[in-house]
Unconditional design. Structure first.
Length: 341
């Protein structure tokens, strides 16, 4: 979706967004996601204007887990539980959108029926558009915009595919791994890297016929986590593993208590602010990387050069590493950016 050609009223939009206007937030996120140069510049000015008003901070919670774990059901249930207790919730679902059409394969609003109709919640897919790591820095921009709109908690939910899990952990305050009840052998199927990033592990569907299996799974993961090094600045015994049931709404109070306890510990020990500063630098690097790549690919001559180089690689004429260096030399010598910043 492209923005209208009219000039964005930065002052008015920033004021409305800070007052929690959902339409202004939706338009601002669309502006940030746009590939048009003028929209990107407007989005940057808008975020500068919001920052000058005094930057707000939400609790950023990253969520991941294998497909079928019940992530959306959990977010719908837990988010609704939190709104009943006075919290404002935003949900950004990482959408592995088509690189050809940009279309979504997720139906987050239909799977989060309670939150989609909740006046204290905001649900929005966040497209990857084939970005490296399964996310783009525009996801970070969307998180920031939700924070400035006054949401207390921002959930960043991955589709559980590719590298998006670890990428989301790098923009979250607390990273939660959701796992279904499984046999012991299936423990080997969970990537060690994701386990190492997890701050909290939740075994879902702990009800009915799966209740006993969920208990076994919780014990197995709790034992496995003893072999992992404790994260710096975290209290002993972390990460913890709990059983939850979204359908029966059990375990939600324990999950919230654990999230608050971890947030408080990290703030008291200075780790929270260190991580936030590091995330700001990661945002900068990602923004520069993506903007430069878009700038190059948007130039006809440079794009043609890359196509020719790819064809040579496919025919086995050259090696990728050397081809990349040669392509960059050619681009530097023959091309100047279209847009001067």
């Amino acid at each position: 979706m492209q923005m209208a050609d009219s000039i964005v009223d930065i002052e008015r939009t920033s004021r409305l967004l800070r007052n929690g206007d959902r339409k202004s937030l939706a338009r601002a996120i669309t502006l940030a996601e746009s590939a048009r140069g003028e929209d990107r510049e407007s989005a940057a000015r808008l975020m500068d204007a919001l920052h000058s008003m005094g930057s707000r901070q939400s609790l950023r919670i990253g969520l991941t887990g294998p497909p079928g774990t019940g992530k959306s059901t959990f977010v719908d249930c837990f988010g609704s539980w939190l709104t009943e207790r006075g919290k404002k919730i935003a949900v950004l679902a990482i959408d592995p959108s088509s690189s050809r059409t940009g279309g979504s394969i997720l139906g987050d609003k239909t799977r989060m029926e309670q939150l989609a109709q909740n006046s204290n919640a905001f649900v929005r897919p966040s497209p990857t558009r084939n970005a490296s790591g399964g996310i783009s820095h525009r996801t970070r921009e969307s998180v920031y915009l939700c924070e400035q709109a006054g949401f207390d908690i921002v959930f960043i939910e991955t589709a559980g595919v590719g590298q998006s899990e670890t990428s989301v952990s790098e923009m979250s305050d607390i990273f939660v791994l959701l796992l279904p009840p499984a046999a012991g052998d299936e423990l080997q199927g969970v990537k060690r890297g994701i386990m190492e990033y997890a701050d909290l592990v939740l075994v879902t569907k702990a009800d009915g016929d799966l209740k006993r299996a969920a208990g076994r799974t919780r014990s197995e993961y709790a034992s496995a986590l003893h072999f992992f090094s404790r994260k710096r600045h975290d209290p002993p015994g972390r990460p913890k593993v709990f059983e939850i049931s979204s359908h029966q709404k059990t375990g939600l109070d324990i999950v919230w208590e654990e999230l608050v306890a971890l947030e408080t510990w990290r703030k008291d020990n200075g780790a929270w602010h260190i991580v936030r500063r590091r995330q700001a630098i990661q945002w900068l690097e990602a923004a520069i990387h993506e903007s430069l790549l878009e700038e190059i690919l948007g130039h006809t001559e440079a794009r043609q050069l890359l196509i020719e180089t790819e064809q040579k690689i496919q025919r086995g004429k050259i090696m990728p590493a050397g081809a990349a260096l040669e392509a960059l030399r050619s681009i530097r010598s023959r091309w100047k950016p279209v847009n001067e910043y």
